[in-house]
Structures are given as structure tokens and as C-alpha cells.
Design a protein around this ligand. Sequence first.
Ligand code: HPA
Length: 271
Amino acid sequence: MNKYKKTAEFLKEKINIQPKFGIILGSGLSNMKNIIEIEKTISYENIPGFKKPTTEGHAGNLIFGYIKNIPVVAMDGRNHFYEGYSMNDITFPIRVMKYLGVNCLITSNAVGGINDNYSVGDIVVIRDHINLMGSNPLIGKNNKELGPRFLIMNDVYDNTMIELVKNYGQKNKIKLHEGVYAALTGPNFETLAEYKFLKTIGADIVGMSTIPEVLVAKHMDLLVCSLSVVTNLGTEDTMSDTSHDSVQDVANTASKKMIELVKHIVINRKG
Ligand code: HPA
């Protein structure tokens, strides 16, 4: 039995629930867990293979529960490559989710806005991505049980969920964009030259996470939807205002809208 399956079996003994949706609560978005009717919370420290997040604002709990009677599992806090964890470490929980029975992964994160039409507080549903992390969790001997060696990257982000998000946004006047996400390793925010470079290559937003988890999810054939909150802008006159605290504050404020969107997806995407 592989290590992901082993951890899934370990968790199944502790819960009476077979989650259909996996949700990652990103920076400043921890209170999105308030939509979940919680059945069980397990600290990452007590789960074989899970690593404790070292970043402030990332609790490190796996939460099992229901959103409107639909079983979900949520990661309250994620691990990042910049913490020194390996690509395998940070994507381990996603593979475990698949073995728990999850079909759909919803990720959230905080991002810098690059597109001139974006403002702080806007929400972006990711249409496509550019991996500039210089690494990939699929590097290494491929385990065919998990997925194919050479993964085709079409329709990585589920169109049905993107449409659900856009329609809900339109009806409820939530300022929302559909964009391309670029990930760098961090932990520093980008230089002005880097923000300009990212705009040139077609990115609308930039962050330090998400792509590793999404790659592993696609490898295992999970449907993915990724939502981002624009917490700062990559422009000369605004970039000096950016800090981890300001990122968390803006994300926190936007989390009410994120909660509505996640709820809408879970209720309406038959996974
Ligand atoms: N760059 C990278 N990651 C981020 C940013 C940014 O400007 N804002 C929030 N996360």
C-alpha cells in the first residue's frame, strides 16, 4: 500500500464521513472554515506524512464536515515550498484527499495583482497558470497507480466550476475576474522588474503556492477550481505598502465573498 493510501486509511478510522470536496484555505482565509459544519478536526502534527505549517496565519488542521449536507475535507493552512518543504511534502495532503474519495479540489490563495484592471480586494478565478517555481512535484519516478508520466495540461481548471463562479459573481455583484496565475517560490514579494516581466508573459496575478497542489490534483484526475484574492498590486507606487500583515488583512476582508463562492460551487457542482 502506498504512503498516501496508508494515511487515508489512518484518517478513515477516525471519521465517519467520505468527503467529496477538498478545500484549501489560503493566507488570511482561515475563517472560510466557518461555512463548514465541523465533525472532526485533526492537527497535521497527528497525521502521518503531514507537515506543520510554519507561516503565520496557517493553522495546520485538517477539518472534516459538511457544507449543506455535502461532505468536505478542508486544509486549514497549507505548506509552501519557501518554508523549505519539498514539493512532495506540500502536495502530500492532496493525494491523501483523493484516496479519501474526494473528486473536486477548491483552492484559495492571496495574490499580487498584475493586470491593470484589477484592484485590491477583487477576486480572480484562475483560468490557467504559469509555473515559474523552478520545480515540480511530479519530478521523480512516476507511480502509474497515481497518474500518467507525461501529463497533458488542457482543462486543468474545471470549466463548469469557473462558470458557476462567474455567474454567481455577476448575479451578486462581486467584482470578479478570470485570469492567469503565475507562481514563483517566494518568500520575497516580486521586484518591480519581475512584476513587469510577469505582465509581459501573460500573467494576471502572482503568488507563491497553488500550482504544486494543482499539478498533483490533475495528475490524479481531480477536478480543480482555484480562487484568489488580490491583496496588493505590483505597481511602482503601491508595492512598498505590501506586507504579510496587509495581505492577511485584505484576504480576511474578502473571505466573506470567498465563502459565498465556495458554498455555491459545492452545492451546485455535482462532483
Ligand atoms: N507576490 C507573490 N505572492 C503574493 C503576493 C505578491 O505580490 N501577494 C500575495 N501573495
